[in-house]
Structure formats: structure tokens, C-alpha cells
Write a protein that binds this ligand. Structure first.
Ligand SMILES: Cc1cc2nc3c(=O)[nH]c(=O)nc-3n(C[C@H](O)[C@H](O)[C@H](O)COP(=O)(O)OP(=O)(O)OC[C@H]3O[C@@H](n4cnc5c(N)ncnc54)[C@H](O)[C@@H]3O)c2cc1C
Length: 462
């Protein structure tokens, strides 16, 4: 079958910006706010109807820890992700939509009764978060367009000259001096021809999940059961209610490839985010595969609800509040950038002269088959160099969020939302500096970048 169609299209519209940010998840939000606050004229586009990415359309939460990994609980905790992320948490808390992470401890209902790398998470309500993001983007002067999908890049001489997007008006073009790819899947980099690696490079990616939210749980009985079993908890991969799930697996009443109920209470007491469905072997850059994963996810949501209702104390009257509209995708493409962060860089705490983010969440690898999680804590913190944000072969592009240049195991740590926001802030700040200096992102003065980030609240540990 002929699969090439050649045609000439008269664009209905051409938009332009100094900086185009693709994707309004935590990374794109951080990038757009930072670039605009540092003087750039910014256009932020997203295919969805709201900002937040996984945090809103995916209902994923809480924000995983933004503190160093100090597990002794003796007051040597240090918040590593500050800047725009901290502002977002504080402003969402002021609106009654979050609890600031400094007030949240491990082994509580907010973090599914885990301690390692789960202290100081941020419980939040997705709807309020989206509202605060709208406000912060507007205050920074960012133009935001929803319902806009990037579907191609036209490149000339190693630069993207136009981005092609699908929107209500049809196919349109955007001209931008610089592009920051925060699509999660490295779509812009991929369409521009930059090298990328899918998953671990051997076709394996972390499994997908579909989040949902519930209420009407008898909180005292539900938490009472967990408190009575504290000695059986803090087991990554087989944690809350594993003693019931293991029994029900034997009788065939539990068929999901997961050995625990991931339950995260929000700032609203009695409302939980549930992270328990699992669809493995899904390449989410393939539309047919992600569509089937969404359907299977919705079926599994009903199975989990039935299981909770019948087997878990306090869940007899449980009520489904909402199911995520976006599939929870942990991993797809990583760019192959100017530097690739490795798991050894993380575990050996290697230092880099161009570090822009310091982070400390564990290597949280959801096994690609057979259920379970391989969870490896990191020492105190590690650093991510600026070069991981630079795709090869495309001179006017930066990348932020889960698709930066790192190996699959390294990404299992920095893929979580606080790091993505900080990576976005670094990319947005670098873009503004590059524009002012009239240079490509690869030629940005990284001492100036690091100083600007620190002056604007970021923590970078040397
Ligand atoms: C099941 C699951 C559980 C997780 N648990 C946690 C957790 O508890 N805590 C935590 O902190 N992190 C967690 N994570 C990780 C985290 O949610 C994501 O890795 C993180 O949100 C990625 O941020 P991002 O900004 O890079 O991408 P995303 O949040 O995915 O945002 C990308 C945005 O780009 C848009 N987009 C994509 N392609 C295009 C295109 N072509 N054109 C226009 N727009 C586009 C999307 O609509 C989206 O809004 C979890 C992830 C999953 C999947």
C-alpha cells in the first residue's frame, strides 16, 4: 500500500514566539514561567485542555519527594527542589489545594505507608493545581493555547524553522527562535530528526497505569487496618494490603500484575488517588497501543473498585470520583543529548561543572513484566548537568522533563514531577539567556545560568 501522500497546504494561521514550549506538564510549566520571567515572549501549547500533564489529566500524585534522601528523620532534611516548584506548592496550599511537603512525613496515608524516599511528598488536588498553574502562567505573561498538538517540524540547516501543529483551525505553523520540548515523549526532538532512544533501547519500557480517585471510605477502619500492620509495610512493590492481595491471587480473585494497593490520600481528608492498575508492554508513542491500554485501564479500575469494596476494611461504600483522562506513561523516548546521565552518575554522586538540578528520589523501576518494583535509594542527592537538556543535531532546541538525555534506569529517578519542574525551570532560564546573548542553547554561559537559577530560588548542590 502506498503510504506517502504529497500535498501543498495553505496554512490557515501562522503563530510566532521567541520561545515555543511544547507540553504544559510540570516541565513545560516550569520552562514557560522561567523563560517569560526572564524576559522572553513565550507561547506554551498543549494537546490537552489544561496545564499539569500527568499531575492533572493523568491524576498522578502526590508530587514525589523534593527533599534530600535523609532517612533518619533527625532534622537534617533539606528541600532540594525550590524555585518555581516550591512557589507552585505554596500557592496551591494557600488555595486549599495542597499540603506543603515540609509538613508531610513518611509512613502516612499521604504516601501509601512508605518511608524510603517517600518522606516530604506533596499531596494536592489536581483541579486546584491546574487553576494555580493558569494563574502563574498568566502573571508571567505566557500565551497559552490548549488543544494544540505538535505533529511535525520543518528543519533547515540544523534548526527548526517551523513547527507544524494540528488545532481547531486545521494545520497551522509556528515560527519560534527557540523550542523547548516538554512533551514527555520527546515529540519535537523526534520530528526534528534528533536521535532518541525508546525505553532501554532494547524495546523495553516501564509499564503504564491509569490513575483514579475515590472517596466514601470509612477512614478510621481503612487506616486502622494499615496502622495495625505497620510492621508489614514500607515494602516497595508489595506494600499496602499485600497480605490480602497475596491470598486473593491464589484464589484467582486478584489478576492485576501488582501486589499492593497504591493509595495516596489528598489534602482533602478521605479522598484518595489510587495507583494500582498496570498495563505492561505498551509503547505509548503508538496510538493503537495507548488506546488499548486506556480501555484496559478503565476495565482494571472497575476490578480494583470491586476488590476494595469486597475485601478491604472501610471500603464497603467506596465511591469512584473520577478516572484519569490521560494514560499514565512512565517511559517512552529519551533524547540522546550532549551528555547522557547514567545510573552510575547517580549512584556515585558524580559532580558536573554545568549541574542545574540536584535531586534525590530513588531509582523506582516498575518491572516491565511480572509485576513488582526494583527500588534503589540514592545517597543524599545527585546532580543533573545542563548538557542532558541539549538534543544532538538540532541547534535551536532544549528538552526538559522525563525525556531528557539519560539511561532508562537513571530516568526512573528524575522522571518524577518535582525534578521535571526544576528541569523545566533550567531549560526556560537557559532559553532566555540564549536569546539575550544571541547564541544557541549549547553556547549558553553555564556559570551565568547556574547563578541566575540560584538567584531565582533554585538549589544546586556542588
Ligand atoms: C503511573 C505513574 C505514576 C507516577 N507516580 C508519580 C508520583 O507519585 N509522583 C511524582 O512526582 N511523579 C510520578 N510519576 C511520574 C510523573 O508523573 C511524570 O514522569 C511527570 O509528570 C513527567 O512530566 P513531564 O512534564 O515531563 O511530562 P507530562 O506530565 O507527561 O506532560 C507532557 C505534556 O505534553 C503534552 N503533549 C504531549 N505530546 C504533545 C504534542 N505532540 N503536542 C502537544 N502537547 C503534547 C501532554 O498533553 C502533557 O500535558 C508517575 C508517572 C506515572 C505514569
Amino acid at each position: 500500500m502506498e503510504n506517502t501522500v504529497e500535498y501543498t497546504l495553505r496554512m490557515k494561521k501562522e503563530l510566532n514566539a521567541q520561545v515555543l514550549v511544547v507540553g504544559a506538564g510540570l516541565a513545560g510549566f516550569g520552562a514557560a514561567v522561567a523563560a517569560a520571567r526572564n524576559g522572553a515572549r513565550v507561547l506554551l501549547i498543549d494537546r490537552a485542555a489544561m496545564a499539569g500533564g500527568m499531575a492533572t489529566t493523568g491524576l498522578v500524585g502526590p508530587f514525589m519527594t523534593c527533599f534530600n534522601n535523609n532517612d533518619d528523620g533527625k532534622g537534617r532534611d533539606r528541600q532540594l527542589i525550590m524555585g518555581i516548584f516550591d512557589e507552585l506548592c505554596r500557592r496551591t496550599e494557600e488555595k486549599g489545594g495542597a499540603i506543603h511537603p515540609e509538613k508531610v512525613e513518611g509512613m502516612t496515608s499521604y504516601c501509601s505507608y512508605l518511608w524510603d524516599s517517600h518522606r516530604h511528598v506533596t499531596p494536592f488536588q489536581s483541579e486546584i493545581l491546574a487553576l494555580v498553574m493558569d494563574e502563574m502562567l498568566e502573571e508571567a505573561g505566557v500565551t497559552v493555547l490548549f488543544g494544540v498538538t505538535l505533529c511535525d517540524c520543518i528543519t533547515e540547516g540544523g534548526r527548526v524553522s517551523r513547527v507544524i501543529v494540528a488545532m481547531k483551525e486545521g494545520l497551522c505553523a509556528i515560527r519560534a527562535g527557540l523550542i523547548i520540548d516538554c512533551s514527555g515523549d520527546a515529540d519535537a526532538a523526534w520530528f526534528a530528526g534528533a536521535p532518541t532512544v525508546l525505553g532501554n533501547g532494547r524495546g523495553t519500557m516501564q509499564p503504564t497505569s491509569l490513575f483514579f480517585e475515590v472517596d466514601h471510605i470509612d477512614r478510621d477502619r481503612f487506616l486502622g487496618e494499615l496502622e495495625a500492620n505497620r510492621h508489614r509495610l514500607n515494602r516497595h512493590g508489595a506494600n499496602c494490603f499485600h497480605w490480602i492481595i497475596e491470598e486473593k491471587k491464589k484464589t484467582g480473585e486478584w489478576t492485576i500484575d501488582r501486589d499492593e494497593l497504591g493509595n495516596y490520600e489528598q489534602n482533602l481528608p478521605g479522598r484518595w488517588k489510587i495507583n494500582t492498575t498496570r498495563m505492561a508492554g505498551v509503547d505509548a508513542t503508538d496510538t493503537a497501543q495507548s488506546s488499548e491500554a486506556l480501555r484496559e485501564g478503565r476495565r482494571q479500575v472497575q476490578q480494583v473498585l470491586d476488590f476494595m469494596r469486597e475485601n478491604l476494611p472501610g471500603c464497603e461504600e467506596i465511591r469512584l470520583v473520577q478516572v484519569a483522562s490521560a494514560l499514565g506513561v512512565r517511559e517512552t523516548r529519551h533524547i540522546a543529548g550532549h551528555y547522557t546521565l547514567t545510573v552510575e552518575d547517580i549512584m556515585e554522586q558524580r559532580r558536573f561543572a554545568d549541574s542545574v538540578v540536584s535531586f534525590a528520589y530513588a531509582l523506582d523501576v516498575h518491572n516491565a513484566s511480572g509485576g513488582g518494583v526494583t527500588f534503589t535509594c540514592v545517597k543524599d542527592y545527585y546532580n543533573i548537568p545542563y548538557r542532558c537538556l541539549l538534543p544532538r543535531g538540532v541547534d535551536n532546541m532544549l528538552v526538559a522533563g522525563r525525556c531528557i538525555s539519560g539511561d532508562s534506569e537513571a530516568a526512573a529517578s528524575y522522571r518524577v514531577m518535582p525534578a521535571c519542574c526544576a528541569l523545566g525551570q533550567a531549560a526556560g532560564t537557559a532559553a532566555a539567556i540564549a536569546l539575550k546573548a544571541g547564541v544557541n542553547p549549547a553556547r549558553v554561559d553555564t556559570d551565568l545560568l547556574r547563578k541566575t537559577l540560584r538567584d531565582q530560588g533554585a538549589v544546586i548542590c556542588d
